[in-house]
Every structure is written in structure tokens, then in C-alpha cells.
Design a protein around this ligand. Sequence first.
Ligand SMILES: NC(=O)c1ccc[n+]([C@@H]2O[C@H](COP(=O)([O-])OP(=O)(O)OC[C@H]3O[C@@H](n4cnc5c(N)ncnc54)[C@H](OP(=O)(O)O)[C@@H]3O)[C@@H](O)[C@H]2O)c1
Length: 255
Amino acid sequence: MAFILVTGGTGTLGRLVTPLLSDAGHPVRVLSRRGGTSAGGVEHVVGDLSTGEGVEAAVEGAEVVLHLAGGPKGDAAATERLVRAAVAVGVRHFVHISAIGVDRMPPAWFSEKLGAERAVAESGLPWTTLRAAQFHDLVLTVVGKMARLPVVPVPGGLRFEPVDARDVAERLVGLTLGEPAGLVPDLAGPEVHGLGELVRSYLAAHDKRRPALPIRMPGKAGRAYRAGDNLAGPQATRGTRTWEDFLAERVPANR
Ligand SMILES: NC(=O)c1ccc[n+]([C@@H]2O[C@H](COP(=O)([O-])OP(=O)(O)OC[C@H]3O[C@@H](n4cnc5c(N)ncnc54)[C@H](OP(=O)(O)O)[C@@H]3O)[C@@H](O)[C@H]2O)c1
């Protein structure tokens, strides 16, 4: 039977998407490097998009590909590899998660994601790409690391609109089960927060106090962040779950 291939289906986002697809009655195959335990309608296979190992075998028989696998570098080449395999078997719909600001932000990670977007758009396959804001989980990791420092350096003017990975998962499932739609409106969180505010809320939730040291992020990246180039435009759709709600869920009540 035809199935949906979910690359990165074991990651933060993939772990949420996979059961939603499976519960909706769609057989799912998950591709990752470390694999997982196949159960119910979800089959796990091992492959590496960075080397190409196992990729063609994973794509064989897929009707739809939902590409979520990604890492700190090499996403463009990895996506090109996956796209080639998808073209070879005539996948009906290629769905891809990207990030808001890929076409404006200077850091290399964004250019990689833009290269990945281009590989999908130029593949000749019917496609859908969703650009999302930073997930709450990522913001939690970053501010958690900052809060461990005795003095927290806070670059001025940096704003984020973090989105809940559950909101992204729900939107992606709708897109995956729908018709190819090209580049769809961005998905950001319901609120915009300054970085200092995100750190302060984390510290308050943990009953911690740390002096903050205002700093200025230098260079092109600093200018782009201060200009809000990482933020969604007015056409964006918004998730419903807020950073405060997410934080309250994650901070243990009996800490
Ligand atoms: N996190 C954010 O704030 C954010 C925001 C916007 C867009 N995105 C994009 O959303 C996607 C999912 O993010 P996430 O936070 O869920 O990532 P994650 O938690 O780091 O999960 C990454 C997933 O991809 C798999 N993977 C990584 N490299 C692979 C490779 N070379 N070959 C095969 N599988 C590989 C991982 O499994 P193994 O390690 O076992 O291979 C894992 O299942 C990524 O493309 C990311 O760029 C993320």
C-alpha cells in the first residue's frame, strides 16, 4: 500500500506529526539515521541524507514525502539527494518544512534552508513548503543555556515569535493530506517577544536571578535581527499556544 515517508520523523517535530498521520489512517514510513521501533502503522527505516545511504530504498513506494529531517549544516545537499530519489519514483506530493527569514537572514543555516527550498521548488515535483518560526523547544534550550551563565549577555533589539511544535505539526498534517500548494503563508507563534523578555520569563519560572548584560550583536546578522528580518510578515498565520503556556508545562511544579 502507498505510504507517506516522513524524514526526521523521530525528531521534535516528527514525533508529533507521525502519530497524527497514522491516527488519520495513513501508513507512515519514518526515515532517520538512528531508526526506531516499528509499530502499528508506522515503519521505521534507517538512512542518512548526508551520505545518501538507504535513501533510495526508503523512498521506494512512497506516495507523499514529508521532509522534516534537518540539522545544523548540509540541509541543501541532503534535500537535493532526497528530491532526486523522489523524482525517480514519481512521488505525488513533496512537503517541506523551512524557516521564516530564509530569504533575508545572513547566517549560513538560513542559506542552507533556502538552498533546500530551491531544490524542492525546482524539482518538477508537485510541492508544498511551510516556513515556520523557531519552535518553543529550541527557544527553551537556548535561554536555558544563557541562564546558566553567572551574567547573562542579552543582545539588544532581538525579537522572536516562537511557535509551538504542536501547532506546526497540525498545520503540516493538513498540508500533507491536501493538494500541493507551493509556498504557503508563514506560521509563527501568537506573540512577539524580545530576547531579554524570554530570558527573564525563564529565570522567573525557575525562581532564579541573574544580572543581564546588554550587548550589541555585531555585523550583518545583528543588523538583520534588529530590523526584524527573522519575523513573519502580516500574511502569516499564527499558532495558538503561547510561550508562557509552554513554559508552565515544562517547568516541573515541584522543582
Ligand atoms: N527547531 C526549530 O525551531 C525549527 C524552526 C523552523 C524550521 N525547523 C526545521 O524543522 C525540521 C525539524 O526540526 P526539529 O527541531 O524537529 O529537528 P530535530 O529535533 O533535530 O530532529 C531532526 C530529525 O532529523 C533526523 N535527521 C537528522 N539528520 C539526518 C540525516 N542526515 N539523515 C536522516 N535523518 C536525519 C533526526 O534523526 P537522527 O538524528 O536519528 O538521524 C531527527 O529525526 C528541520 O528541518 C528544521 O530545520 C526547525
